[in-house]
Design a protein around this ligand. Sequence first.
Ligand code: SF4
Length: 499
Amino acid sequence: MSDQPLSPASHDEARIDDAMEDDHFHDECGVFGVFEHANAGALAALGLHALQHRGQEAAGIVSFDGRQFYNERHIGLVGDNFTKQSVIDRLKGNRAIGHTRYSTTGAPVLRNVQPLYAELAGGGFAVAHNGNLTNAQTIQRQLQERGSIFQSTSDTETIIHLVAMSAKDKFVDRLIDALNQLEGAYAVVALSEKKLIGVRDPNGVRPLVLGDLDGTYVLASETCALDIIGAHYVRDIEPGEMVVITESGLVSMRPFQQSPNHSRFCIFEYVYFARPDSFFDGTNVYTVRKRIGEELARESGIDADIVVPVPDSGTPAAIGYAQEAGLPFELGIIRNHYVGRTFIQPTDNIRHMGVKLKHNANRLMLAGKRVVLVDDSIVRGTTSLKIVQMVRDAGAKEVHMRIASPPTRDSCFYGVDTPEKSKLLASRMTIEEMADYIKVDSLAFLSIDGLYRAVGEAGRNGDAPQYCDACFTSDYPTPLTDRSGTSEIRNLNRLVETS
Ligand code: SF4
């Protein structure tokens, strides 16, 4: 899911301030679905709670009781909106899908909050989507010329319109027909009156896993959402696979005309997006992050006294680095976990404090030390600059920055909140210039082959890479149709909503 227009997401003023404090790519959504359970609404709320790291701005659940659909969509955190019994009670029925969202443009508004729901000729249809459709605007323009009226600015609505207009008879065939016209990345859960459907795009860029809760099928973006409800992990939905779950059981299909050579799963899920306790295809994310640190130590080890993570995202890689390098691992920076995104509206005279809202130096650990500082990535460099200064102010003798991914040189068009390419530090500076900019004694990034080794490959296969790594390599696995035709695409975000 992303808001249009399709371009690397730009931030409004308030979001820039947030980004100053949290200079990362952000995954935009998590999805969840459950079929035939007496507490479907509550399970969906718990599942979304476990997926909160994939989107913090809004969340929604649609349930079905065999007669009617019920829709609860709210701006804000899952825990703030789906903990009241009255809310769960309103989500009647034993089937439900849910979505947690991180929007890309402007203020989050309710009309964009998923699951999106529509009454179609064949009955009700709800859809929740993680990813981004790279030709959604082109299709949307064609549909509008034929009379379609779009209610949201979400690319996900394009799926609903294409399903509605399909000439096929059966609902599943209509959805296949719709998805066959779309490009980009999608992990979708959809609910009709008789079916729960889960589907991944032919490249499998975004994750979707299948679980089992005492005979109840569950779909989720990550396995951590299965753990919270006590469901067993069954398997990942495969790239290009559609599973159709009915009262008769689960049917797996491979319905897509587009057939990629192989999976191009987002490698950044391993670096940063996913929760470390999640598994993809049986591989534990935390283990990969530690191996990333080990690779980093082998590739760019340096004489130092301690290894310090930039918490929390740099922690597993720093542990791996320290173990491989034989250096002490120390918490030289302490993170305040209780800073909400909207804790404060920065005014000019406190804005410079920025990063200190979230991080503070543990002086006793840092004073007089040669420090290896490990972070997952550098995006704009704004946070790195401040963190390094903080470590120096605490008395560190040397600061050597080690980054647990290759330089992020390009934008993501597959459902990740990304600054424009020109704002990415690595797109406009050499590594030496970056080191000067963030004022470190040395700076090194993990190589792309090192990253592939950490996820269990021999290295990156240049002819047929095994993952999407486009933000490091600019090798996009799908056409970027809307991007190439931007000049022809009308601005669809004319309506500014204030609530
Ligand atoms: Fe993931 Fe980067 Fe590919 Fe986006 S461009 S899907 S963040 S690897």
